[in-house]
Ligand binder design. Structure first.
Ligand code: AMP
Ligand code: MG
Length: 307
């Protein structure tokens, strides 16, 4: 077996949440973990290998054009969503990838059902789509700030907590629909510690070139840290399914988060195992004809140049 694939097979199962398992972020996952077997000094070589593998598989995915891959990235502010995308996707052909970020919904988006803005940009067959935040915000930030439900204009404003269970069901059903129709859904949660978030915020505040990355809303959400941990845990417990499991990637060490995310995505591509299309005998004949025509032409022009 390809040595690179062996590494991925070893790393990814431990990150996956088994469907149906109830998890609690603070208790069950260590944001500073780096898997016992990888050291920081090996990491960049391994990431290079992972990126190379992604590049090869993405080329095949694009050529085959029957499956698409949707990567959903969630995580608190400063958990490294942007930089993970930058490093993991650096080798793939830009023609085959779409990255989308989801912030506060616009007036137009609010006038549709909440999955609409995401569904309209689900990747085509043959392509990889990356969602930087996603429809999962609808059970995260919206749950923490339920006043955000008002402009969504649901037929009835929920009076109790049942709306979140309902949304989990809707999301699970929708992801199942995608998977059954050839769009694989790869979900990664970047698990950051409270301490590391403070460090990264301070860096953003202290470096003028990073100011643009920091907003007052970031502190507003940080003050609700424990509430967020609770809704993250609830989301992970209810939306890790057979068809679209969650992966919890420890995010305190960026080098490990990148490596693990690359491995999770590569594992999916290896599973899809896309193949270059088989060439029909008729096409092969045409190719042979085109070849001899070109070879003859090159030969003639060489001869002419000499003579
Ligand atoms: P950033 O990722 O730093 O650009 O911030 C985007 C902001 O948009 C975050 O504070 C998200 O919580 C917020 N956001 C994303 N999706 C939604 C949504 N559906 N409703 C309300 N706020 C959202
Ligand atoms: Mg932010």
């Amino acid at each position: 077996m390809d040595e690179r694939v062996r590494f991925i097979r070893k790393l990814t199962p431990a990150l996956r949440i088994p469907p149906g398992r109830t998890v609690e972020l603070g208790r069950d996952f260590d944001p500073a973990s780096t898997d016992g077997s990888v050291s920081r000094s090996d990491a960049s070589g391994l990431l290079d290998q992972g990126v190379e593998l992604l590049t090869e598989y993405q080329d095949r995915l694009y050529a085959q054009a029957s499956s698409g891959v949707l990567v959903v990235l969630q995580g608190p502010d400063a958990s490294g969503k942007d930089s993970t995308i930058k490093h993991v996707m650096r080798g793939v052909n830009p023609q085959g990838v779409d990255v989308r970020s989801f912030g506060e919904p616009s007036a137009e988006e609010l006038s549709h059902d909440y999955l609409w803005r995401c569904h309209r940009v689900v990747p085509q067959r043959g392509r990889i789509g990356v969602f930087n935040r996603s429809y999962y915000e609808e059970v995260l930030v919206v749950r923490i700030h339920p006043e955000l439900l008002v402009p969504e204009r649901l037929p009835e404003l929920p009076k109790d907590e049942s709306i979140w269970a309902r949304r989990y069901r809707e999301i699970n059903d929708w992801e199942r629909y995608l998977v059954e129709n050839g769009i694989r859904v790869v979900k990664v949660f970047l698990n950051l510690s409270r301490r590391e978030q403070a460090k990264r915020f301070l860096k953003r505040i202290d470096d003028p070139r990073k100011h643009w990355k920091f907003s007052a809303a970031d502190l507003r959400d940080r003050r609700r840290w424990d509430d967020y941990q609770r809704v993250y845990s609830d989301m992970l417990s209810h939306t890790s399914t057979e068809w679209a499991p969650w992966h919890v990637v420890p995010a305190d060490h960026k080098w490990f988060a990148r490596l693990a995310t690359a491995a999770v995505l590569a594992q999916t591509l290896v599973e899809i195992d896309p193949r270059y299309p088989e060439v029909e005998p008729a096409t092969r004949k045409q190719m042979a004809k085109a070849r001899s025509e070109l070879v003859a032409e090159v030969g003639r022009s060489k001869a002419a140049a000499k003579g």
